[in-house]
Design a protein around this ligand. Structure first.
Ligand code: PGA
Length: 264
C-alpha cells in the first residue's frame, strides 16, 4: 500500500466507492446479464463498495440479479414529492421499495439537457435522504467555465445550492461526485492533479460549513472518462475516494478493472 493510501486509511474511514451509471443504455436482458457478471465477481474486491445504476425500468430486474451479492443498486434520478399526481415521476420511497440503496442526483446530463437547477437537486436530495437513500450528488464545470478560470466558483455555487440545508449527519451520509462536464463521455479525462485540486476544494467547502471531521468523512468520487487504464492513478490521489463510471461501466471487465484500480 502506498503512503498516500496508507494515510487515507489511517486518517479516515473512507472506503473506495465505485458506481456504474448505465444511463439510458441496454435492454432488459443485457442489463440483467451485466448485473449478473458484476455480481459474480464482486467478492474479489472486498476493499471497495460497489453499485450499479440501471435505467429505472430495469431496477427491479437488476435488483433481483444482484440479490445476495455485495453490489448495491442505485437509481439515476428521483422526484422530490412523496406521492401524488406527478405523471411520469418516481418517488424516493418507491426506489427504496425496489431495493435501491443509492440515487444519483444532479448529473450533468440532467443539469444541462433536462435543465435541472441546484434548487431542484436540493429538493431531491432532501427527499432521498428522508427516505434513507445514499445520494450521489454530481457537481462539475463546463469546458468554457474551466477555460474562463471559473471552476472553483462553479463548484462552490453548486455545492452551496445543491447541497444546501443539510444537517451535519446528513452531510456525512452524502456522496459527492466531481464530474467535469468536458470529461464526460468524451474520452478526455481530467488529470489526477486537476481532479485532486477540485476534490480538495470540495473538502474545504465542507470543512468551512461543518468541521474537519465531516470534511474527512464525506466520500468524493471522480467521474469523466474513467477506465481501467487511468483509474489507479486517479484513485491514488489523497482526496479521490472512488469513481462514478459511465461508458466503461457497460462492460463487466472494464468496470471491475476500475474497481481493481482502487486497491493499488
Ligand atoms: P463517462 O461518464 O464515464 O462515460 O465519461 C461518467 C458519468 O457521466 O457519470
Amino acid at each position: 500500500m502506498g503512503r498516500k493510501n496508507y494515510l487515507k486509511e489511517v486518517l479516515s474511514v473512507r472506503r473506495p466507492f465505485i458506481a456504474g451509471n448505465w444511463k439510458m443504455n441496454l435492454n432488459r436482458r443485457q442489463a440483467v446479464e451485466l448485473a449478473q457478471a458484476v455480481a459474480a465477481r464482486a467478492a474479489e474486491f472486498p476493499h471497495a463498495d460497489l453499485a450499479v445504476c440501471p435505467p429505472s425500468v430495469y431496477l427491479d430486474a437488476v435488483g433481483q440479479a444482484l440479490a445476495g451479492s455485495r453490489v448495491g443498486l442505485g437509481a439515476q434520478n428521483v422526484y422530490h414529492e412523496a406521492s401524488g399526481a406527478f405523471t411520469g415521476e418516481v418517488s424516493a420511497a418507491m426506489l427504496v421499495d425496489l431495493g435501491c440503496r443509492y440515487c444519483i442526483l444532479g448529473h450533468s446530463e440532467r443539469r444541462h439537457i433536462l435543465g435541472e437547477t441546484d434548487e431542484q437537486i436540493n429538493r431531491k436530495l432532501l427527499a432521498a435522504l428522508g427516505a434513507g437513500l445514499t445520494p450521489i450528488v454530481c457537481v462539475g464545470e463546463l469546458l468554457s467555465e474551466r477555460e474562463a478560470g471559473q471552476t472553483a466558483a462553479v463548484i462552490r455555487r453548486q455545492f452551496d445550492g445543491s447541497l444546501a440545508k443539510l444537517s451535519e449527519p446528513q452531510m456525512r451520509g452524502v456522496v459527492i461526485a466531481y464530474e467535469p462536464v468536458w470529461a464526460i463521455g468524451t474520452g478526455k479525462v481530467a488529470t489526477p492533479e486537476q481532479a485532486q485540486e477540485v476534490h480538495l476544494d470540495l473538502r474545504k467547502l465542507i470543512e468551512a460549513r461543518y468541521n474537519s471531521g465531516t470534511a474527512q468523512a464525506v466520500r468524493i468520487q471522480y467521474g469523466g472518462s474513467v477506465k481501467p487504464s487511468n483509474a489507479a492513478e486517479l484513485l491514488s490521489q489523497p482526496d479521490i475516494d472512488g469513481a462514478l463510471v459511465g461508458g466503461a461501466s457497460l462492460k463487466a471487465d472494464d468496470f471491475l478493472g476500475i474497481v481493481a484500480g482502487a486497491s493499488n
